[in-house]
Design a protein around this ligand. Structure first.
Ligand code: UDX
Length: 458
């Protein structure tokens, strides 16, 4: 134990919610902590670990059971049943893991957890450990759910303009889908509002964003609890030599088709490719997939489109063969390497928070096609606040039609608005990098977090 203590400043157990969009920021934050001399054990569920593609990384990985070891949430009878059992079984298996890890020579000092699993804080407190919550969505979105939690924002929404401290005026459609479509996913709604159930008891509140990006709302929320912005948690954003080769998160729900993608991109001129991806979860209607496919075709641009295996049947018949001169369709790609590639000039995205931060940090202008959850709020900010892209308009059925997709892509790639957006994208890229570079706002906050942690041990 003493030997380990001499090597590490402290030991954090980092518990991720089992979804790609939650594991990635936790994994990357873990690497940042290790970079600052903290030992980290990253914890995911057994079920998701069994299916994940793992790259070599220095981070120790452990698993706990969510009660559904064979299939995770897909095995559960409902989202509610899954979350309920995950809390019950997870609380117990987390206790066992902390005991096991601590007895093997390096006692755990702190549990960093996703607010989707607030019960992890109770487990940390049982052991007398520090508990730090890491919010994995934007501060703007956290602010909205906080006001629902406080009963300030009443649901269902009745106003046409929602005014919240720290946010610009928002329309109902700019709100997270679980709010404007109140009642659609009660279990997820409860989870998102429940993020604040015990946050007052957390020793530290961390958010995956950077101060310069969300200054106003961060300042507002800072008055409630001291917030530490620690993002963007993106690999290859560091200057440090030790991390130069860090180009990936390290854990992927599917094996990325890296060689095919990079070879293909290498054959395309700077800024000429439209990269299209809707993350790990989006389940568009067939009609929407067809409209996107037609829009891409009509834009007459080269494109790289990630279509997960489960979505392939939704593509128009013969689309892949008929567009093979212009396009490449893959089941999963190394998104960071793709966004960092100079051939990519536009990112058609569902605006998951990770994709949004990644697009912004690599300076790639975006066409926003939000699907659900926090994505419409992120899309609103992309277009109107950060001015980093265009939100594709929808028709009365809520579908982005082919003409709208085509128009947005062309506008970004060659239009007047595209020029302004590109200018802004350089600005955001620079600010994101500065935030995580040594001495930047996020780097300082991580350093402060580690210092607090280490001081609490002496
Ligand atoms: C979900 C929610 O949808 C999102 O809104 C929430 O903020 C976090 O959890 P997801 O839909 O998967 O996540 O989207 P996103 O947050 O963008 O995360 C996807 C991650 O997968 C990104 O980090 C992206 O780089 C990665 N990815 C995506 C790949 O590595 N390869 C791909 O082909 C596609």
């Amino acid at each position: 134990m003493d030997k380990e203590r001499n090597v590490y400043r402290a030991h954090c157990l980092v518990l991720a919610y089992p979804a790609q969009g939650h594991i990635n920021p936790m994994m990357q934050f873990s690497k940042r902590l290790e970079h600052k001399g903290v030992k980290v054990t990253l914890v995911i569920t057994k079920s998701i670990s069994n299916t994940m593609h793992k790259e070599a990384t220095s981070i120790a990985l452990e698993t706990i059971s969510d009660g559904y070891d064979e299939g995770g949430i897909a095995q559960a009878e409902s989202i509610h049943a899954y979350l309920e059992r995950f809390q019950r079984v997870g609380s117990q298996t987390l206790v066992e893991l902390i005991e096991k890890v601590s007895s093997s020579g390096c006692p755990v000092d702190c549990v960093v957890y996703d607010p989707f699993v607030p019960w992890a804080l109770d487990v940390a407190k049982k052991f007398g450990l520090l508990g730090a919550v890491l919010f994995t969505q934007s501060c703007a979105v956290d602010n909205i759910y906080y006001h629902v939690h406080k009963g300030v924002l009443k649901l269902p929404l009745s106003e046409t303009e929602i005014l919240l401290p720290g946010s610009p005026p928002l329309g109902p459609q700019d709100m997270p889908s679980f709010i404007y479509d109140f009642g659609s996913y009660p279990a997820y709604f409860d989870t998102l509002v429940g993020q604040f159930s015990n946050v007052d008891k957390a020793d530290c509140v961390l958010v995956n964003t950077f101060y310069e990006l969300e200054q106003e709302v961060v300042d507002r929320m800072n008055k409630i609890w001291p917030l530490k912005t620690i993002g963007p948690t993106i690999p290859s954003m560091f200057l440090d030599k030790r991390l130069e080769d860090d180009k990936d998160y390290g854990l992927s729900i599917f094996k990325p088709d890296t060689d095919t993608c990079m070879k293909w991109l290498n054959g395309h001129p700077k800024g000429s490719v439209v990269y299209v991806s809707f993350g790990s979860f989006v389940d568009f209607e067939v009609e929407q997939m067809e409209e996107i496919a037609w829009g891409l075709r009509m834009s007459n641009r080269c494109f790289l489109w990630v279509v997960r295996e489960s979505e392939e049947e939704k593509l128009p018949k013969h689309f892949v063969e008929e567009t093979s001169q212009k396009g490449l369709v893959v089941r999963w790609c190394p998104q960071l390497k793709v966004l960092a590639h100079e051939a990519v000039g536009c990112f058609v995205t569902h605006c998951g928070w990770n994709s949004t931060l990644e697009g912004l940090s690599f300076g790639v202008p975006m066409v926003a096609v939000p699907y659900w959850s926090d994505q419409s709020t992120n899309a609103k900010y992309i277009m109107d606040v950060w001015k980093m892209g265009l939100k594709a308009p929808v028709d009365e059925k809520g579908i982005v039609r082919r003409e709208a997709a085509e128009h947005c892509i062309k506008e970004i790639m060659e239009g007047e608005r595209g020029k302004e957006i590109k200018k802004n994208s350089f600005k955001w890229r620079k600010l994101a990098k500065e935030a995580v570079d040594e001495g930047g706002s996020s780097d300082k906050n991580i350093e402060e977090f580690v210092t607090t942690l280490v001081d609490s041990l002496s």
